[in-house]
Design a protein. Structure first.
Length: 405
């Protein structure tokens, strides 16, 4: 259902993949943008780009060399767009932080509505303690959320935390989880070459995420690994990801003499280090590059998540679809999807001893691992996931619901 004539959308964000033709973000922008008279996608760009238009949807790259300058540049770019178009405006922000402040100012200028998206648990005490930057972002969120007309959250945990904090009325919170293509993970087959490399290890663990320690806390996981190899010298941990703390983790691996037990790298690096020759030896030679991670999961015994805070945690869903028990801290979808003692083990945040004990428990009890693996698959199969096309429709409906309120 379309909105009334002269209804405009201004979406402000940071992820420049929205400019990539054929990307999911680009498709999403076109899909929901066509529900409005005109939609303007305003996003930071790390390189000079030209403005592009596809039907009634315009893509406006804001090229700045420093991320600190983006909010200022985005404000003036948004102001120009609003001044050129008179009508009913809704301004959407992909976070309640710096971009959220800009979006709020623009919505005030346009006398329109503000739509905030929240992808992380901003009310978690671990979030605001992470650094001075997160402390400032916490107060930005505290200021903006009560002023938003609608707030989209990705998990029940975030919805509950906003209600318990009394900064947002339940009627203004719209829950829409992150789209996850679970079929890629449930139907994947293990790589023969990966298994060949890993067969020398008696217990194999995988962790996936951005290498940002204040959020993912992989340093605690490496601390656990230092203790665990004393019990299981033939244990192996693969940390799949990239980010600014890669050098820090590499140093910890060397400092703790874990070079033979831990490998850290992105998917391409992991494929080269662990699964060299995977294209020739794989049981699915027709699989594309994007299918590496689903196949890689199948070579492991458990998935470990050591995060300090999360919004949803798609990794847990993917691991469960691949049939792995999940050992995770009490963040994101823990409790909501990963049930303690059934699909895996949930431990307190930053409790290194509890995380170590949970891993030891599953290491020493193969039958329990097998039981949790079955439960994880069953739980995953029972979840109401939706395809990318269904997600596009649901996201569009969430925006329209907010615009009509």
């Amino acid at each position: 259902m379309e909105l009334q004539k002269d209804s405009f959308l201004l979406a402000v964000g940071n992820d420049e993949r929205v400019f990539e033709m054929g990307s999911f973000l680009h498709k999403n922008a076109l899909h929901y943008g066509r529900r409005f008279s005109s939609a303007y996608i305003l996003c930071r760009s790390g390189m000079p780009r030209n403005e592009e238009r596809d039907g009634n949807v315009s893509f406006h790259p804001v090229f700045v060399r420093s991320s600190f300058l983006f909010p200022i540049a985005a404000f003036f770019a948004g102001l120009r767009i609003i001044r050129e178009n008179r009508g009913a405006w809704m301004v959407s922000s992909d976070n309640p932080f710096e971009v959220g402040v800009v979006s709020w100012l623009l919505s005030c200028f346009a006398r329109g509505k503000l739509f905030l998206q929240i992808h992380t648990d901003v009310m978690s005490p671990y979030f605001r303690r992470a650094s001075w930057k997160e402390r400032i972002r916490f107060w930005c969120a505290r200021f903006l959320i009560p002023r938003a007309d609608c707030v989209r959250v990705v998990s029940e945990r975030i919805r509950r935390s906003l209600i318990e904090s009394r900064i947002c009325e339940p009627s203004r919170i719209l829950l829409l989880s992150v789209v996850t293509d679970v079929r890629r993970f449930s139907s994947a087959l293990p790589s023969a070459s990966c298994n060949e490399f890993l067969k020398k290890y008696s217990f194999r663990m995988i962790a996936v995420g951005r290498l940002v320690d204040k959020e993912k806390n992989f340093s605690m996981l490496l601390g656990v690994m230092k203790e665990f190899v004393k019990i299981s010298p033939a244990a192996f941990l693969a940390i799949v990801g990239y980010g600014p703390d890669k050098n820090r983790y590499d140093f910890l691996v060397k400092q703790n003499r874990l070079e033979n037990n831990v490998i850290i790298g992105d998917e391409k690096e992991m494929k080269a280090l662990v699964c060299s020759g995977a294209e020739k030896a794989t049981e699915r030679p027709e699989a594309g590059e994007g299918d590496f991670l689903p196949s890689f999961y199948k070579s492991f015994d458990i998935c470990v998540i050591s995060s300090n805070y999360e919004g949803w945690n798609r990794v847990a869903i993917e691991a469960m679809a691949a049939g792995l028990p999940v050992v995770m801290t009490d963040v994101g979808c823990a409790g909501e999807v990963v049930r303690n003692g059934e699909d895996g083990i949930v431990v307190p945040v930053r409790d290194q001893g509890a995380l170590r004990d949970a891993i030891i428990r599953l290491y020493r009890n193969p039958s329990e691992r097998e039981r949790m693996s079955r439960h994880a698959k069953e739980t995953n199969a029972g979840l109401q996931f939706f395809s990318q096309e269904e997600y596009l429709d649901r996201y569009s409906d969430v925006l329209l619901k907010c615009a009509r309120q």
